[in-house]
Design a protein around this ligand. Sequence first.
Ligand code: FES
Length: 157
Amino acid sequence: MLTLEKNSLSEEIEELVSLYGENRGSLLEILGAIEKKYGYISEFAQQEVARLLNIHPVEVYSFISFFSFLHSKPQGRNMVRMCKTIACNMKGADNISAVIEKELGIKFGETTKNRRVTLEYTNCLGMCDCAPAMLVNGKIYTNLDVEKAIKIINELK
Ligand code: FES
């Protein structure tokens, strides 16, 4: 079993590389493990992964950018993911998103200064029949309206 109790991040990444394989096909497992432990993948970690896999750091960064569950910056304690797919949009998700942004004073893709909330868009959550929907810390909220969304957001602040 993998232990992530080593002192240095470099040693941890070396362990991950030896566990999952020294090639770019292991990027998802390696970066996923770093994200799981630290909540994001720092620039240093990205460079270390690139060095150990003998690939360019830009490739690692691009990979992180492609997957919405990987992050290159620290995230808030609470993760709010608003569905941006068509069924939710047709039921007013855009308006709710704008209200949430105003309530928190940040845009989607950003984290509040106190690091309590990060806003992200997501694709369909599979709850189209009770749109609009959003995911908060893994819990799905459906049939959202402005009042319901503000109440949920205010509990996270
Ligand atoms: S489109 Fe939003 S849950 Fe399906």
